[in-house]
Design a protein around this ligand. Structure first.
Ligand code: AMP
Length: 212
């Protein structure tokens, strides 16, 4: 099964992706993680992507689509995969349609008012990418999953987050309509009472019904 996770920055895509990957064994492909890995290793792609990411803007469709095309051609994606953070524009969605078929698009529908605090308080494990929020860490600086060091992403600051939200509203939100028209969209509302587990219960119920 080929899945897309859609949602504004801070909606909880990464957290759901980890849970889906653990339960259903699908490779988790995050274009943001791929770019960050390239920045860390100072590759050509990393050098090119860094200035866009630091400003909260999108890396070019051409570069991003090529990365995804190469990644889903790898053998671990033969039985399915999960895309997190891709596509983010209509151009990317149309390019994806040309190279693969998508079975389900999970849209995590979160109110913008909730995401600023979520993102600015986010801490991420350097090694496995697991996300936490400072309010629940009680000063702990290591990952409870793998023991890795927790850090704050450079683009998780108020100004860059605002720009990422603006980019999302203008360029990514139209994908909700795009996939609704194709009959692929599954909308999951996430509000102030939602937890990662309550959201995952809805997601896994949908996935189980499709896998029956
Ligand atoms: P994320 O980890 O998904 O929040 O992505 C971090 C940053 O990487 C974004 O703000 C963009 O600058 C860049 N990025 C990730 N995915 C894409 C994409 N599909 N298209 C263009 N830029 C992307």
């Amino acid at each position: 099964m080929n899945i897309i996770l859609l949602g504004a920055p801070g909606a909880g895509k990464g957290t759901q992706a980890t849970k889906i990957s653990d339960q259903y064994g699908l490779p988790h492909i995050s274009t943001g993680d791929i770019f960050r890995e390239n920045i860390k290793n100072q590759t050509e792609i990393g050098l090119l992507a860094k200035s866009y990411i630091d400003k909260g803007q999108l890396v070019s469709d051409e570069v991003t689509c090529k990365i995804v095309e190469n990644r889903i051609a790898r053998s671990d994606c033969e039985k399915g995969y999960m895309l997190d953070g891709f596509p983010r524009t209509i151009v990317q969605a149309e390019a994806l349609d040309k190279i693969t078929s998508i079975d389900l698009v999970i849209n995590i529908d979160v109110d913008f008012s909730l995401v600023m605090d979520r993102i600015c308080g986010r801490r991420v494990c350097k090694d496995c990418g697991e996300s936490y929020h400072v309010s629940t860490l009680n000063g702990v600086a290591t990952c409870s999953r793998c023991g890795g060091e927790l850090t704050q992403r450079k683009d998780d600051n108020p100004e860059t987050v605002q720009s990422r939200l603006d980019v999302y509203a203008k360029q990514t939100a139209p994908l909700i309509d795009y996939y609704t028209k194709k009959g692929l969209l599954f909308n999951v509302k996430s509000d102030e009472n939602s937890t990662p587990d309550s959201t995952f219960a809805k997601v896994s119920a949908k996935l189980d019904s499709l896998l029956k």
